[in-house]
Design a protein around this ligand. Structure first.
Ligand code: NAD
Length: 427
């Protein structure tokens, strides 16, 4: 990510454009373009070597007019409050665009879990909840996993919350392990959701998935399940890219006849980093990290980090690319977005494309509340239904009003949140 980008400014600029389209009043604009609440805190951790490290944590609640806040917690060495603010805002729009009764929130800790033992990670998770237990909860704000956090982290957080509260609250957090309040299908949900929307977009464009190729940035949770389902519907992924922890830079892995998940997953660590030399031995071409964007493919799926398609990189997108499905949150800067729109590339915006995760988290909460858990097929078919109807509503509006897909998705989402905010009498 380029250093001078501010994701919160990007999120606000996207909002301002649609607020004008919707003729929102001054008070409504003011309440929706910034978070309602945010918490900044320190988390001291007694490290294995006897020292104490103090980590900085954040939780931001952007808007809860439509229901309790919802959003992941990221562990990242370059985490910033502006990234968390932007992501919390995108969560509000994401829950609204798929029409689930939740608001938007996000959390983060500035840390690199690669350098933390399991015990230190557990203390960090428990410390995070201790700082926030009064301000989050099943009816207030519900966290979930995100970049570099997983089901184990969620369970430690749940355990700490239940210890403090003195009762069982499985709906406090989502992304829990299956059998301990987690939902089947949650692991697959975001990546599959991306492909449910890709499938619908291709249908509209009159293109068969079997006739398409794709390049993917990232090889973590979202990317892998997106690749799996995309390959199942007939597509070919020629390229993936990921971060190399040892060298502290990204690499791209290419196999013209199509990458094979069965080959790559066993040589990938828990953080989604593929081993370069083992991949080379398996016949993969190893290219610079930025190479994924310049591939001669039909579909690009950025599924790593924010601000990866920028004014500097957008020009490298091949003329062959017809569709961009934003698996990651905020992968495209405002400047790059204009170029994509001008070039007429069909775009499935992040908060629609990757809404499968939060939709399944909502299903997880519903199941926790019932204390009855659905089979995986039931979860995934409900997910398909939600994602497909959200996609169809957005693309229909885009066609009818001749709007760019991102703007159409924003119009639907912001309008729903603004109506809830107004109906509550906040403005
Ligand atoms: P993850 O930690 O499982 O994987 C991240 C992947 O990105 C890893 O393979 C990592 O090596 C790679 N990466 C990191 N920096 C890179 C770089 N500079 N170039 C290339 N690759 C790089 O994370 P994830 O859960 O797959 O999330 C990916 C994106 O999707 C994030 O933007 C996240 O906010 C978003 N998202 C995730 C979910 C979810 O359910 N997991 C839901 C919605 C949105």
């Amino acid at each position: 990510m380029a250093k001078d980008y501010n994701p919160h400014k990007t999120a606000q600029a996207q909002f301002d454009k649609v607020a004008d389209l919707l003729n929102l009043e001054h008070g409504m604009k003011a309440i929706l373009r910034d978070p309602l609440r945010e918490y900044h805190f320190l988390i001291p951790v007694h490290m294995d070597n006897g020292s104490v490290e103090v980590f900085k944590g954040f939780r931001v609640l952007h808007n809860d007019a439509r229901g309790p806040g919802k959003g992941g917690i990221r562990f990242h060495p370059q985490e910033t409050i502006d990234t968390v603010r932007a992501l919390s805002m995108w969560m509000t729009w994401k829950c609204a665009v798929v029409d689930i009764p939740l608001g938007g929130a996000k959390g983060g800790v500035i840390c690199d879990p690669h350098n933390l033992s399991q015990r230190e990670q557990e203390l960090l998770c428990r410390g995070y909840v201790r700082q926030l237990s009064k301000n989050v909860g099943p009816l207030e704000d519900v966290p979930a996993p995100d970049v570099m956090t997983n089901a184990q982290h969620m369970l430690w957080m749940l355990d700490e919350y239940e210890t403090i509260s003195g009762a069982k609250y499985p709906g406090f957090i989502t992304g829990k392990p299956v059998g301990l309040g987690g939902s089947l299908g949650r692991t697959e949900a975001t990546g599959y959701g991306v492909i449910f929307t890709v499938r619908e977009a291709l249908k509209e464009m009159g293109i068969r998935p079997e006739d398409t190729t794709a390049a993917v940035q990232g090889f973590g949770n979202v990317a892998r399940y997106a690749i799996e389902l995309y390959q199942r519907i007939g597509g070919k992924v020629t390229t993936v890219s990921c971060w190399n922890q040892k060298e502290q830079k990204p690499y791209t892995f290419k196999k013209e006849k199509g990458i094979d998940l069965k080959e790559l997953i066993p040589i990938t660590d828990n953080f989604g980093s593929i081993d370069n030399s083992k991949a080379k031995a398996l016949g993969y071409e190893i290219l610079p990290g930025s190479a994924w964007i310049e591939q001669n493919v039909d579909i690009l799926i950025p599924a790593a980090l924010e601000n990866e398609i920028t004014a500097d990189t957008v020009g490298k997108i091949s003329r062959k690319v017809k569709l961009i499905a934003e698996g990651a949150n905020g992968p495209t800067t405002i400047e790059a977005d204009k170029v994509i729109q001008e070039r007429g590339i069909f775009l499935i915006p992040d908060f629609l494309a990757n809404a499968g995760g939060v939709t399944c988290s909502y299903f997880e909460q519903v199941q926790c509340n019932m204390n009855y858990y659905w089979e995986k097929e039931e979860v995934l078919s409900k997910l398909d239904l939600k994602m497909t109807s959200a996609f169809i509503a957005v693309s229909r509006l885009a066609r009818e009003k001749k709007l760019y897909m991102r703007d159409a998705a924003y119009v639907i989402a912001i309008d729903r949140v603004a109506r809830a905010t107004k109906s509550r009498g906040w403005v």
